[in-house]
Design a protein around this ligand. Sequence first.
Ligand code: CTP
Ligand code: MG
Length: 171
Amino acid sequence: MGALSSLAWALWYILPAYFANGSPVLFGGGSPIDGGRLWKDGKRLLGDGKTWRGFFGGVGTGTLIGLLQYFFTPSFYGSIGSALILAFLLSFGALFGDLVGSFIKRRLDLPRGYPAVGLDQLGFLISAMVFAYPVKTISSGQMLFLLVFTPLLHWGTNYLAYRMGWKSVPW
Ligand code: CTP
Ligand code: MG
């Protein structure tokens, strides 16, 4: 495998996590996952930015991306079942990591939507890779590439979502 194609495969591998993380901005709304509840510190558990619709919309979108990916590169996944399981774990892991990130942000007293550099861009990625690890993994070099590339993509796409009017802040 050439260096360039190895990086392209890393992006192909992580694609469901990207879609899972990015789509809630379109699907989100409705009741927050924490139901408005507060933690011991008197602050919100997760905040209004984490909704059930966003969560399940994101997991569904990411899993669907995996189904599409299977039809393009069946040999990368082996079977349709393993493609779906991998995409589900990447998506669920991404959204779970996103919730953990918001939990940490609320404990640090950061309001909803306030940027937390590092946490916002890498929390979902690391969590996605951990959840998917038992099913299919990538090399440590590929992981390192994703850790460097994802923040750049995150900033670029968030700025685009802001310009499209989907997000109220450009991060
Ligand atoms: N979103 C959602 N449900 C989720 C995740 C995201 O509805 N589980 C939607 C919300 O409308 C949210 C938007 O997607 O405002 C952007 O997501 P994100 O940046 O993760 O949330 P923030 O609003 O920045 O909230 P936080 O400060 O908790 O990260
Ligand atoms: Mg945010």
